[in-house]
Structure formats: structure tokens, C-alpha cells
Design a protein around this ligand. Sequence first.
Ligand SMILES: N[C@@H](CCC[C@H](N)C(=O)O)C(=O)O
Length: 294
Amino acid sequence: MSTRIGFLKGHGTENDFVIVPDPDDTLDLGPAAVAALCDRRAGIGGDGLLRVVRSAAHPEASGMAAEAEWFMDYRNADGSIAEMCGNGVRVFARYVQRAGHVQAGDLAVATRGGVKRVHLAKGEGGADGDITVSMGRAVLPEERATVTVEGRSWPAYNVNMGNPHAVAFVDDLAHAGDLFRPPPLSPEGVYPEGVNVEFVVDRGERHVAMRVHERGSGETRSCGTGACAVAVATARRDGVDPARTGTPVAYTVDLPGGRLVITEHPDGTVEMTGPAVIVAEGEIDPDWFETVLR
Ligand SMILES: N[C@@H](CCC[C@H](N)C(=O)O)C(=O)O
């Protein structure tokens, strides 16, 4: 008899995810199955997949179980694994709240990038209320890469938010091209694990807009870790460092799918605030699923 597998669909600033609750870690979702579920024509469709597993049940997360009951097993649309997903963790928290595992208040989520603290504000627990996540510290190695699109090149800040980002300041977001394809970066081999690439323009004081090409997913309408990387790179470009001034600095980051507010604190931690919405719930057809597992 085929097993029934439930799923939900959700998004954060239109970065969309297939959510698969699997509390006891019973599903073996390989790259092909993830890619089939994320396929926008032949599957459910999403920029990525969030499997919801009890930390204690998952070998990669059991060490975090004392701090965080739930583990976000995040995959990109092509089935590859990434360390962290900022929009994903808000959508994950929204699901955990909706499933009744947590009320408004604080929630710790285990991820491959460590435990993330999420705040679900009281009174904002509705379908699209904002959720704040403490994303940890950004790491900015000195080395700069060069990103090239259609014969033009820009220097890029190298920012690690748990996952790697190359942030380039441009005059016009159209420089990314009609379709933001994976842009070549030099020197060769600069990001051996691949990279997410952000193009950024200024919109006003502490206000920027960006487009992103995501490793493993292509151009998406938003990227939470990307927005954090962009805010920190913009602050450094502007000569602003909360660690030196002792004052938090907040940037508004506009993305094609919505707006995120990113605050960097004097201790170096980066906080992201934005919406998270669950839009549908259903069941995967077991016969179809058998075919993608084959
Ligand atoms: N969309 C995500 C980032 C997902 C992971 C990324 N594609 C990678 O491979 O590092 C976000 O909101 O942060």
C-alpha cells in the first residue's frame, strides 16, 4: 500500500517553497524527488523544499535537539542541499505555528547553518504577519570576486551568511539581463561550492533594491540570506559598522517579491524581518510520487 504524503505550499516575499512535514524522518527525498516536487510544470512548484523534521530524529540535527525541537531540512529546486535559507526559515516557523507546535513567541529552529532564533510576534500570528529571525553573523572575507554579465564586469563583495553570496553594486538592475542567468565569476574556482549572486542599486538613505540569482534555483523573486548579505555589504561600502559605532543599523531591502528589513547589531548579529504565508495544503498523489522515486 502506498504511503500518503501531505504537503503545504508557502512563500516569504514570493520566494516559494514546498513544505513536507516529516516529523519522524521517514522520507528519503533524494535530489530527483525534490526536483520533481519543485518543478513548476510537472510538479507542485517551488524555489525550494522545506522538510519539517524533529531534530532528535535527524542525524544532522540531533546535536541541536536540546536547543531546537524542529530541524529545517532545506533543499534548492534542483535538489541540492544548502546550509541556510532566510525566507525559508520564516515560512518554516509559520508552518510550525500553524500546526500548533508553537504559539506566538520565540522559537528556535535547527538548520545546517546552526540554530536560528525566530520571533513570532503576538497579534501578528495571522496569515501574513511579519516574522523576525536572528540570522547570526555575516562573514566578509577580504577577497573580492568579479562578476560578468553580457560583457560588463563588476567587483563583488564576498559575504557568507552561512551560505555564500557575491554582492555587486550596479547602476541599473536591468544589467542582470532579462533572465538573470548564472553569471561567471572570476578568478576561476573562487566559489568552489557555487554562490548566490546579488545585483544591488541604491534607492535612498539606508534603502536598496536587489535582484538575485540563487545557486540551485535560478533567479528568484526574493532571497533572505541574500538580503542580509546585501545590507551588510552596503553598510561596509557606506563606511558603516555597528561594531565600531555601538549603534544598530537597519536597511530596507526591496526585492521583486516584496520588502525585507535587515538590522545589523553592534555584536555583529544580523536580524531579518519580513512576511511568511502558507497558501495551500494538500496530499501528494502516491502513484505519481512512486514514479519520481524510481
Ligand atoms: N532563498 C534562500 C536561499 C536558499 C539557498 C541558496 N539558494 C543557496 O544555495 O545557498 C533565502 O531566502 O535565503
